[in-house]
Structures are given as structure tokens and as C-alpha cells.
Design a protein around this ligand. Structure first.
Ligand code: DUC
Ligand code: ZN
Ligand code: ZN
Length: 493
């Protein structure tokens, strides 16, 4: 007799952002075909059955902030992971969809050329499904005119920067971008740090000959983020269009975001594991070691800051928890962290350290192992909300019969996984360190399924997926960040 289903997952505790229940799941033709009360599929025929043994069964992770195969933009080096190694690392940590960046430089006039180039880099090399946000480095009239085509090409979000010489936009340019994004229902992500404050603080530190990695922290003071967050909210309110403030690190920025949300403004926010697990201490390591944790914004002062960021996840201030995987090798003076070690600065100079940390593989396991978020909230911020926010839902981030791709993580049942200490050797990226070395891990995806195919089996061969199985996914408008009002923006007179 022909099999009815390709795969059945039995004895799991299914967790979505809206419920936790004992369900079995049947998969057919890459899709979730049935979600039924436990035992109801017992007579169904399937090519394969996986016994979840009481472990959590969740939608696969959606990581909506990932840098792969990028040129130098954030300091001197270029990213260590390409689409192959980055997506390989992702799948081994339970992430089944990623949204990476297609960066337009200031010297370039077209976003469509950037998009084409990024497609070429990703094509046939990904282990997981993917899409791109465009980074708008030059909002020229031509680039703005291309927003409409971007939407047609399935790109419904972009990122802009309020800092970095190579990318920083001034407020008039930000308004240009927000206006056109509003017209085309594109969600604008904003890196909110005041570039001039950072430059000024950097000059103060240089005058005092303070170059060590730990001075990256004071060169990016909380005030630079707080001021830029406030300005971004004001610009968004003025333009009456949604924004998403990326990688928020300070409690005061989170408080401003919450108060804007409480006023009904469409302000969304993201945080990252760096701001939950790392502090200033991690930047203040012997020798050059602190460079491993140089990212922007930097890890903040104390555990109390991390605690406030966890609270922001719990109370809904943060819509999404992304990795901001921005990988640079440590022992590498050509493209990595040590490019800043030169004849002029034999110990290195913090301002040239490429900004970014790897984390695409550790995001889910570290966050779940921390036991801070309830499991539905965990699914919401790591999978469902990124899918909703960026126009992928319910195809991704959900387990809806007939609609969702069968992207599924099955976690270890209680007591089945031995706790261990994370080391970089366990990971699958092309980076020679993890900023989370030595952290305690109590959970890891045991099985990961992508469009019905078993791509990760931790105890049965590890990586089973294949390079090139990942597909580009065209995205629609955001299901969360819709326009507040329909119609043209009206000049306030
Ligand atoms: N911003 C990012 O989004 N990623 C890495 C560096 C940065 O500043
Ligand atoms: Zn950024
Ligand atoms: Zn980033």
C-alpha cells in the first residue's frame, strides 16, 4: 500500500507561539499536512516515523539578522562565513530560514544590482531557506525608484545605518527612505547609534592613547544608542510608518521603545544573545582577547543590563531575537579581528577591529538553555515573529496544516541530553572562536527538518542536509508592521 505521508512525528509536545499541546505531526510534499492529537495518526502510513519521546516539537528557527559574504563595512575585515558555511552552521543549530543582507555601498547607485550580486553569492550553496534585506547605503533617486521592483522581487525589508562612515545616512536621507518604504510597504530596519558621538568619543580616547579592545565600549556609549533610538522613533512617527530598531542593547533604549509602543506607534525592536549573555567584562580580557566580543552596539555594563533586556523579551518590547551573526576570524590579520594590528598600532586599535560576533548556531540552544523565557515566548521571538514581521508567515515560523513548510525542530526530552560546556570545536561555522565559549548548554535541537527532509540528527551523523537544498523565499508585506493609515503621506502644513 502506498504511504500516505512522507514523515510522521509522534509523541512530541508541540509548541507554537500560541499553544503547547501533545500533538503528532504528519508531513507530505514538504508541507505540514496534519497536526493531530497524540495517537490519532497511529494507523497512518508514512515513509518514516520519528519518535520525539516527549520532547518539544517547534517550528524551525528563523534568524532575520545574518551577515554572510559581506565586504568590509564595519571596520577593516570581511565576513568569515559565506552562504555555504553560514547556512551550514545555522542548520546545525536548528535555524531553517535566514534573512541575510544585500549591502549597497555609498559609491553604488542601484539596489537591484546589489540584489542580483547577492543572489549570485547565495545560489546553490545554502543548506537552509533564505531571503535578503537590502542595506541602503546610498538612497539616490535611482535607488529609491527601485523599491517598487524590490517588492516585486520578494524583498520587503531594508536596513539603514545612523553610524559607520561607509553607511551612515543623515536625517534627510532617512526620511527619503522612510517615505518610499511607506509607499511600497517595506519594513525599515534601523541601526540606531549616533555616528558623530562615536567619532567624538573615539577621538577623546585616541588623545589619551587608549587603543585596547576594551575601549570599544566607551567609544560607543549608551547615550549614542539612546539618542539615536529617540531620533529614529521621532522620524518614524513623523512619517507615520513602521520601523524595526535592530540589536537594541541598553535598558533606556528599550524603555523608550516600550513607551512608543504604549502610545500605539508601530515601533518594533530586536535584541540579540550578545546583550543577554555578554557584558563589559567580556571586552576587558587579557591582551587582544576582548576583540572577540567587539560588536556594535557593544556588550553593556553589567548583568543588570542583560536582565533588563531579558525583561524586554518577556514583556514584548522586543519583537524578535536574532543572532546578528557577523563573523570575523580571531587569529587572522588579513580579513579578521587582527587586521587592526599594524606597525602603527602593534597592540591593535579598537576603532579598526571589525565589529561583529558569530552566533547563528548558538542562538536557539543558548536562549532555551537559559530557562528564562516560557517556551511559547521562545518560539514567538525566535521563529514566529521574525516570520510575521518580515512577510514569511505562516509559511515559516508556524505549523499550520496545508500552509506551513515542514520546518521543524525536535528537542531532547527532559533528562535525555547531558548538559555540557559549549566549545568552538562543536560548531560548524568558519570562525575560530565563539564568544559563548564555556557556557552551559542544557538543550540542543536533536532533529531538524527542513521542508520535510531530515537535515540534522545530532546523535545520528549530525549534519545530513545538503548544500543547495536551501531555497530563496520571496517575501510579502509584513504581517505585523503594516501601515498605520492607508493612503499617501500628507505633508504636515
Ligand atoms: N551592525 C550590524 O548589524 N551587524 C554587525 C555590525 C553592526 O554594527
Ligand atoms: Zn547594525
Ligand atoms: Zn548586523
Amino acid at each position: 500500500m502506498a504511504t500516505e505521508y512522507d514523515l510522521i512525528i509522534v509523541n512530541g509536545v508541540v509548541v507554537t507561539e500560541s499553544e503547547t499541546n501533545e500533538y503528532d505531526i504528519a508531513v507530505k510534499d514538504e508541507k505540514v499536512a496534519k497536526v493531530a492529537p497524540r495517537g490519532e495518526l497511529r494507523d497512518a502510513k508514512a515513509a518514516r516515523t520519528i519518535d520525539a519521546e516527549g520532547g518539544y516539537v517547534m517550528p524551525g528557527g528563523v534568524d532575520a539578522h545574518v551577515h554572510l559574504d559581506e565586504p568590509p563595512l564595519f571596520g577593516k575585515g570581511s565576513t568569515a562565513d559565506n552562504y555555504e558555511t553560514g547556512s551550514r552552521s545555522a542548520v546545525c543549530g536548528g535555524t531553517t530560514t535566514m534573512v541575510t543582507f544585500a549591502p549597497q555601498k555609498k559609491t553604488e547607485d542601484s539596489l537591484l544590482d546589489t540584489l542580483r550580486d547577492t543572489h549570485t553569492r547565495a545560489k546553490d550553496t545554502c543548506y537552509i531557506d533564505y531571503s535578503f534585506h537590502v542595506i541602503v547605503g546610498n538612497p539616490s533617486p535611482n535607488a529609491l525608484s527601485e523599491f517598487k521592483t524590490l517588492r516585486e522581487e520578494g524583498i520587503s525589508s531594508l536596513k539603514i545605518y545612523m553610524t559607520y562612515e561607509a553607511l551612515q545616512l543623515h536625517d534627510g536621507q532617512i526620511l527619503d527612505v522612510l517615505l518610499e518604504a511607506r509607499n511600497q510597504q517595506i519594513t525599515t530596519m534601523i541601526h540606531a547609534e549616533n555616528g558623530q558621538v562615536i567619532d567624538w568619543m573615539t577621538a577623546q580616547l585616541e588623545k589619551r592613547k587608549l587603543f585596547a579592545p576594551k575601549y570599544h565600549g566607551p567609544s560607543h556609549p549608551p547615550m549614542a544608542e539612546i539618542e539615536a533610538t529617540h531620533r529614529a522613533i521621532c522620524l518614524s512617527e513623523f512619517m507615520d510608518t513602521p520601523i524595526l530598531i535592530v540589536h537594541v542593547s541598553t535598558p533606556s533604549s528599550a524603555a523608550q521603545i516600550k513607551s512608543a509602543q504604549d502610545r500605539g506607534l508601530p515601533i518594533y525592536a530586536e535584541t540579540c544573545p550578545q546583550y543577554l549573555f555578554l557584558t563589559k567584562k567580556d571586552l576587558d580580557q587579557p591582551g587582544f582577547e576582548g576583540a572577540k566580543c567587539v560588536c556594535s552596539p557593544p556588550p553593556r555594563e553589567s548583568e543588570a543590563d542583560c536582565d533588563a533586556i531579558w525583561t524586554g523579551l518577556e514583556n514584548g518590547t522586543f519583537t524578535v531575537l536574532s543572532s546578528d551573526h557577523c563573523p570575523f576570524r580571531y587569529n587572522d590579520n588579513v580579513t579578521g579581528k587582527q587586521t587592526c594590528i599594524t606597525d602603527e598600532y602593534p597592540q591593535g586599535h579598537f576603532k579598526y577591529i571589525p565589529n561583529g560576533c558569530p552566533g547563528i548556531e548558538t542562538r536557539l540552544a543558548l536562549t532555551l538553555s537559559a530557562d528564562r523565557l516560557n517556551v511559547q515566548k521562545f518560539v514567538e521571538v525566535t521563529s514566529s515573529n521574525p516570520a510575521k514581521l518580515y512577510g514569511l508567515w505562516p509559511r515559516k515560523g508556524a505549523l499550520v496544516e496545508g500552509e506551513s513548510d515542514a520546518d521543524i525542530n525536535i528537542w531532547y526530552p527532559p533528562g535525555k541530553m547531558k548538559e555540557y560546556t559549549l566549545t568552538n570545536e562543536m560548531l560548524h561555522h568558519n570562525v575560530d572562536y565563539t564568544p559563548f565559549e564555556g557556557r552551559n548548554v542544557k538543550q540542543w535541537p536533536r532533529y531538524t527538518i527542513l521542508r520535510g527532509k531530515l537535515v540534522w540528527d545530532k546523535d545520528g551523523g549530525g549534519l545530513l542536509g545538503e548544500k543547495g537544498y536551501g531555497r530563496f523565499i520571496k517575501r510579502g508585506a509584513s504581517a505585523l508592521a503594516g501601515p498605520r493609515k492607508q493612503g499617501e503621506w500628507e505633508l504636515p502644513l
